[in-house]
Design a protein around this ligand. Structure first.
Ligand code: LLP
Length: 439
């Protein structure tokens, strides 16, 4: 899906830009976001809903995958709303000019400050638990100083009890998940909401996990959610929105075989419509909130090859100038990535090597087995499909500065995140006078 090609110098080009030249220009490591790929994925979701869902629909970008001004702006220009999970993500989306009526705030432990920001900005709050529901139930007295006394626009997040096959850490649908209301308490929850006029509950939300390749779990979810919606109406609650979450997987390696965006959307839309016929209820406004499948394949990370070490008969390590600080997914979830050497695109891949990061940690391995052309210091190694949960989970471990990110399109590259400097790393440091060597 990347707008990539090999140019006449045998180098990788993305969005019309030579990757090796980009590194010379903007430094290394470098996140390179291909604008056309991101826009194309947004468009595929949008168009699939248009094609397969006769009711209203809205796709939200789950900005936890990568939150920054430029990405929020692109998603928003493509007509998507934004799902945010913290005051910081909400603030970023607002600064990017996203309309509050397309913003949804998630989180299993939102602070009063975050709730206040959400209420004052007019975004929808996806209520996760009793503590939050009670707080919002009398929000005007608890949260105070709001400009208006309009009811708070909320949705309720429920734990669907649907299992799916993905890494244990990123499964959220099973009943003992930390997220959402227990569906066995639906009656109590609906009764509470119906008795609180400060709450305008517009719908229900559920999310079952991430990097999912099966289609059945989301279709099962759709059926369950329509039943819940039906039940809500027996409490006099007129809910019109269903949000089935995100979770569609992407292809990191040849072994990964996710359904297309269109097939996934079609499956969900069909399941919702069938369930609505069975329950004899009107079609709700249908929302979903993908992150990975929108941005994952749209970005690569370019690194510069440095040292290497061969352990005879065992393996060769090739070290790059980044690692677990800019891509924590391999060490966290054993995620597997593929790489190419941008300055030797058609050289035969004859060497199987281990790509090591530069952190002081033996587990800091980006790729256990990469088959590449023989590489030498100065080569530009490009790790593919790093758009989702790389920059957003990046850290300054070992006081490494976070890389810059550029967006590329039609031969033009623009910085969207500046490379951190040593001064940036010290930004929050304070040296109490009594510790200063100058006194
Ligand atoms: N909605 C909710 C409520 C979520 O919790 C998530 C992801 C999404 C939507 C977006 O899911 P996606 O379409 O991206 O699968 N850091 C992990 C992934 C954590 C996902 C958390 N929630 C990783 O790097 O794989």
């Amino acid at each position: 899906p990347l707008t990539a090609r090999i140019n006449s110098s045998d180098r990788l080009e993305i969005g019309g830009c030579d990757v090796t030249t980009l590194v010379e220009q903007f430094g290394s490591p470098l996140y390179i976001l291909d604008e056309d790929t991101l826009r194309n994925a947004c468009c595929q979701y949008r168009e699939a809903f248009k094609k397969y869902y006769p009711g209203e629909s809205q796709v939200l970008y789950a900005s936890k995958a990568w939150s920054c001004l430029a990405v929020c702006a692109i998603a928003s220009q493509e007509g998507l709303g934004i799902d945010v999970v913290s005051g910081g993500e909400l603030y970023t989306a607002l600064q990017a000019g996203v309309s509050p009526d397309k913003l949804y705030l998630h989180g299993n432990n939102k602070s009063l400050e975050e709730l206040k920001l959400a209420i004052n900005s007019g975004c929808t709050i996806v209520v996760d638990n009793w503590h939050e529901l009670r707080t919002l139930g009398h929000w005007s007295s608890v949260i105070g100083n709001s400009d208006t006394n309009d009811p708070v626009r909320i949705m309720l997040r429920l734990t669907p009890g649907i299992e799916c096959h993905t890494h244990e850490y990123i499964r959220t649908g099973h009943l003992d998940s930390k997220f959402g209301f227990d569906p066995n308490q639906l009656d109590e929850v609906f009764a509470f909401v119906s008795q609180h006029s400060a709450l305008n509950c517009v719908g229900l939300h559920a999310h079952i996990g991430s990097q999912i390749f099966e289609q059945q779990p989301h279709q099962d979810l759709a059926g369950v959610m329509v039943q819940w919606l039906d039940k809500a109406s027996s409490y006099g609650l007129q809910m019109q929105e269903l949000n089935v979450g995100g979770g569609l997987g992407i292809r990191y390696t040849e072994a990964d075989d996710p359904p297309s965006i269109e097939a996934w959307v079609k499956g969900v839309c069909t399941a919702i419509q069938n369930a609505c016929v069975t329950q004899q209820i009107a079609l709700p406004k249908l929302l979903c909130e993908p992150g990975r499948s929108l941005i994952g394949s749209a970005c690569v990370t370019a690194y510069t090859v440095g040292s290497s070490k061969t352990v005879p008969g065992i393996r060769t390590y090739i070290a790059i100038d980044g690692g677990m600080s800019d891509n924590p997914r391999p060490i966290t979830y054993q995620s597997v990535y593929r790489a190419v050497v941008a300055n030797k695109m058609s050289a035969p891949a004859t060497q199987t090597v281990t790509i090591a990061g530069k952190h002081c940690e033996s587990g800091d391995i980006l790729i256990k087995e990469a088959t590449l052309p023989p590489s030498e210091p100065g080569d530009i190694l490009v790790v593919l499909a790093t758009g989702a949960y790389n920059y957003s989970m990046a850290s300054n471990y070992n006081r490494l500065a976070r890389p810059a990110a550029v967006v590329v399109k039609a031969g033009e590259a623009n910085v969207i995140l500046r490379r951190e400097t040593y001064q940036d790393l010290m930004r929050q440091d304070c040296l109490p006078a009594r510790l200063s060597s100058e006194t």
